[in-house]
Design a protein around this ligand. Structure first.
Ligand SMILES: N[C@@H](CCC(=O)N[C@@H](CS)C(=O)NCC(=O)O)C(=O)O
Length: 213
């Protein structure tokens, strides 16, 4: 019998894309919801799993693995029957890796700055940091909107893949920003398509989410 896969996350956090993919692909897992406000991600027990003290962490085959983008790639790789990984050597595969890394390296850190604006250089310049983050998020959405309009309906073309869960999660994070992702017509249609998946409703129930339903 294989060791169960355990996801440590917090509602609406970077673990959302991993949790959503686990549900969508029908991968058996246990969910451990952490209370970030109570500092449950900074306890010695959690830091032993993820020394960065952030969520998510996935225990897979008894080993902790972290970084949300790595986790969705890994799960898609380990569960080929879910069809969330483009075929090896295909054009879609190149797009898949490019966009996953691009979103994780550019858009996700811009959101980190938006939500934690004091991190880069302290409270004194937090407002400027937030402004920079907003501009970066909006220009990334400009490019994603143009990409989906030209090459959609999904990030890698005709078929959904793991990167779509990451992209939609990041779009969700913009919901209270001055210009949310739903302001771009192609992104709005993409979001509606992703939210129509039955797994989205289950995700919301399990994480106790209501906003952006
Ligand atoms: N690069 C990491 C970032 C994770 C991250 O920033 N998680 C946030 C929640 S969205 C967190 O744990 N914040 C709490 C903190 O930094 O103390 C990943 O993708 O897994």
């Amino acid at each position: 019998m294989s060791t169960p896969c355990i996801l440590h996350t917090s509602p609406g956090s970077a673990g959302l894309c991993v949790h959503w993919l686990l549900i969508d692909a029908g991968i058996a897992h246990e969910l451990r919801l952490l209370d970030l406000a109570a500092g449950q991600h900074k306890t010695p027990a959690y830091l032993a799993l993820n020394p960065n003290g952030v969520v998510p962490t996935l225990e897979l085959d008894g080993q902790p693995v972290y970084e949300a983008a790595a986790l969705i790639l890994l799960l898609a790789e380990r569960h080929p029957a879910a069809g969330l990984r483009p075929a090896r050597g295909s054009r879609a595969e190149a797009q898949y890796l490019q966009w996953t890394l691009h979103l994780a390296n550019t858009l996700q850190p811009a959101f980190r700055t938006w939500f934690y604006p004091h991190e880069a250089a302290g409270e004194a310049v937090a407002a400027q940091a937030k402004e920079l983050a907003r501009a970066r998020v909006e220009s990334a959405f400009d490019r994603l909107d143009a990409h989906l309009a030209a090459h959609g309906p999904y990030v890698c073309g005709e078929a959904i893949s793991a990167v779509d869960f990451l992209a939609t999660m990041l779009m969700r994070w913009s919901r209270n920003m001055p210009k949310p992702a739903t302001s771009w017509p192609t992104l709005a249609a993409y979001i509606a398509r992703m939210k129509a998946r039955p797994s989205f409703k289950v995700l919301y129930e399990r994480e106790g989410l209501t906003e952006w339903a």
